[in-house]
Structures are given as structure tokens and as C-alpha cells.
Design a protein around this ligand. Structure first.
Ligand SMILES: Cc1ncc(COP(=O)(O)O)c(C=O)c1O
Length: 374
């Protein structure tokens, strides 16, 4: 039996296309940084980027770091979260949100999610104990959580709100930007994000200037200056090259978001099935569609079928965090978070990247519909 050509060729992400598109500019940036010879530490690219990110996200401060994971870690560190504290977060996120809580010696307390995959404010309210110190909502897929309800609960109980906005740069809820609603916003600039570096990167947004200064110190060994170690810190600086690249790509972000929203709108028009959940856009929100996640029956079969046809998809995330081997000591079992567990079996992330043509989106939608109607 000979090798058959797949009917289509639609990748899930298309970083080579982005690279080709920007290669000449990236070369120029690389040359500038190399010839200047300053690669880590305080430099203009970093200062300019921080100022622009703060402006973009609508906060007083942005602190550039080497990952979204460290953004979560540092925001919690400056909030004084540690041993004996509880942080409420959803069990269906990327592992980093829970892992950072555990790394600080605190306890993650999970609250199940709504149909749209975001944390359920009612479940948050029920999970509060005298040890609760913070709420960490995750704006999964680029859609902001129900922040009015979450902020109201937090204020009532005196809790810190740390938005995991890793997937949500530029997203809005009732006119307010991701990362500007809670006390801290934590973002990732990982290559797969809408604002992406050529490696790891991330940042925290906040209006708290004292906390911002402390995070800047903690990201560089806790140094107040080269002679003085004010407190024990870590190494989590964003390097010059990534800062310069993000400065360049920040100009392109509105176009990236607009194209993803167009692709999503086309999916929304074409995908309709009585047992399929398709993410819609609510009036109060501006969703940036970091991912476009549908929920369907026979998900694994559909994913394999699309793969055979040459259409790549992904699953974010197939095993909920509370059921991971690393979470054993937290003592959870199947059935603890029914919504998350049910969704884990039905979610399928369709390609929505800015390099897809209208025809690509129509092809994916048509193949999904043909499978579901069968
Ligand atoms: C929801 C969420 N939180 C945190 C992170 C961690 O970001 P990073 O990979 O930059 O450390 C990610 C990145 O994948 C994420 O999607």
C-alpha cells in the first residue's frame, strides 16, 4: 500500500510562516542587539517594552520576566503567599497556575468551571476558608472570567486577585483589559501566545508601584544595587533580544488579534450542531481567541479523522490538573470537578492562527460539520 497524500494541509499553529513573514526585521533586530553587546539586565529595550506593555494593558506598571510561570510566582511572592495559605484556582488550566502555588508551599484549592471553561464564581465563594489568601482566575482561551463577581467576592473576604492572563493579552471585559482588573495580571510571551517571543518570556501588570519595584528586585537576585542584596531573589529577567522582539511584535498585535477574531467569527457562523458547544462572543466581552475550543461528542474520533485529512488540532488540556500524578498528595479523585472532567473528554482546539486563509477556516468547519452530521 503506497503512502496516500492527505486531502488538506492545515497546521495547528504556523510559526514558520510568522518567521518567514518577519525574517528581514528579525535579522535587523538581532544585529542591533548583538552589536550593542548588552544582553541581560537593565537596558533600553526592556524599559521601553515595560512602559508600552503597561500602556497596552491599562496599568501603571509592567514588569518583564522570563516566563508567564515566573509572573505567577512573583505576583504571589509579593502578595506574601506561602505555607499555610490557600489559593483558589480552576483545575482545567495549564499546569503552571497550580504548580506555582505549590512551589510557594501554599495549597491550591480548585473551583470547577462553567460551560465556557472559565472558573465559576459560585464555586469560588463555596471554596473560601479562613486560610484563603488569593483567587487566581485563569482567562482560558483568551476569554476573561466573570470578573465583577470575582472582584466582589475578593473584596468581601479581603483576598488578592491574581489574574492568570497568560492567554489573554488585549482581551476585554466590560471595557476593562485583562490584567488590569485584579491586583496583578500575569502574562506569557511563549512562542505559542498571541504576543510571542522567540523563546520564553512573560510579564506582570499591576497598579501597585511598591509591588512592582519589589518584583524588579526579586527578578534579579533581590539586588537593590550591585553591592546590596536586599532579600533572596531569583533570576527571571527578560533578556534584551526577547524584549526587542516583543517591542517589534507589539505593534503587530492588533492585527494578529483582528485576524484571529475574523477566523473565530467565521467558525461561529459555520459550526452549528445540537450537541456541539461553540464559543460565542458575549456583548460585554472582547475575546482575543488565543485558542478556539469547541466541545463535541466522539472527540478523539473527530481529532483522528481530521488528522487523517491533514488538519491538525490540539487538546487544552486532556487530563485535568487534579487528576495528574503530581497532584496525588492533594487527595482528589475522579468526580470531584464534574464540569472540568466532562469537558476534558469533549474539548477540541481548532486552528485559528492569523496565517489561516478564509478558505482554510471554511475547510476545517466543513470537515467538522461533515463528521458531526454523519
Ligand atoms: C493559562 C496559562 N498559565 C500560565 C502559563 C505559563 O506561561 P509560560 O509558558 O510562559 O511559563 C501558560 C502558558 O502556556 C498558560 O497558558
Amino acid at each position: 500500500m503506497g503512502l496516500e497524500m492527505a486531502k488538506h494541509d492545515i497546521p495547528y499553529v504556523n510559526l514558520p510562516a510568522q518567521g518567514r513573514d518577519q525574517l528581514a526585521d528579525l535579522h535587523r533586530i538581532f544585529e542591533q542587539v548583538v552589536l550593542r553587546g548588552s544582553f541581560v539586565g537593565t537596558h533600553d529595550d526592556l524599559a521601553v517594552l515595560e512602559k508600552r506593555l503597561a500602556e497596552y494593558c491599562g496599568t501603571a506598571e509592567a514588569i518583564a520576566l522570563n516566563s508567564g510561570t515566573d509572573a505567577l510566582l512573583l505576583a504571589m511572592m509579593v502578595s506574601g503567599i506561602g505555607k499555610g495559605d490557600e489559593v483558589i484556582t480552576p483545575p482545567n488550566s495549564f499546569v503552571a497556575s497550580t504548580a506555582t502555588i505549590v512551589q510557594l508551599g501554599a495549597t491550591p484549592v480548585f473551583a470547577d468551571v462553567l460551560a465556557d471553561q472559565n472558573i465559576d464564581p459560585e464555586k469560588i465563594a463555596k471554596a473560601i476558608t479562613p486560610r484563603t489568601k488569593a483567587i487566581m482566575p485563569v482567562h482560558l482561551t483568551g476569554r476573561i472570567c466573570q470578573m465583577d463577581e470575582i472582584m466582589e467576592i475578593a473584596e468581601r473576604h479581603g483576598l488578592v486577585v491574581i489574574e492568570d492572563a497568560a492567554q489573554a493579552i488585549g482581551s476585554m471585559y466590560k471595557g476593562r483589559l485583562a490584567g488590569s482588573i485584579g491586583h496583578f495580571g500575569c502574562f506569557s510571551a511563549h512562542p505559542l501566545k498571541n504576543l510571542n517571543a522567540l523563546g520564553d518570556g512573560g510579564f506582570v501588570t499591576t497598579n501597585d508601584k511598591t509591588a512592582a519595584e519589589r518584583m524588579r528586585r526579586l527578578r534579579a537576585h533581590g539586588m537593590a544595587d550591585r553591592q546590596t542584596i536586599e532579600e533572596w531573589g531569583m533570576v527571571s529577567r527578560m533578556d534584551t533580544l526577547q524584549a526587542a522582539i516583543l517591542n517589534y511584535r507589539l505593534d503587530k498585535l492588533p492585527d494578529v488579534i483582528a485576524k484571529r477574531r475574523d477566523n473565530a467569527a467565521l467558525y461561529q457562523k459555520l459550526l452549528h450542531h445540537k450537541r456541539m458547544y461553540v464559543p460565542t462572543c458575549r456583548n460585554e466581552e472582547f475575546n482575543t481567541f488565543h485558542t478556539f475550543v469547541i466541545q463535541v461528542d466522539r472527540r478523539d474520533e473527530l481529532q483522528q479523522h481530521l488528522k487523517n485529512l491533514g488538519i491538525k488540532t490540539a487538546i487544552h488540556y486532556p487530563v485535568p490538573i487534579h487528576l495528574q500524578p503530581a497532584a496525588m498528595s492533594l487527595g482528589h479523585k475522579q468526580g470531584d470537578f464534574p464540569m472540568t472532567e466532562r469537558q476534558a473528554e469533549r474539548i477540541l482546539t481548532l486552528p485559528v492562527n492569523q496565517y489561516m486563509s478564509k478558505g482554510d477556516v471554511e475547510t476545517v468547519a466543513a470537515e467538522v460539520m461533515a463528521f458531526c452530521d454523519r
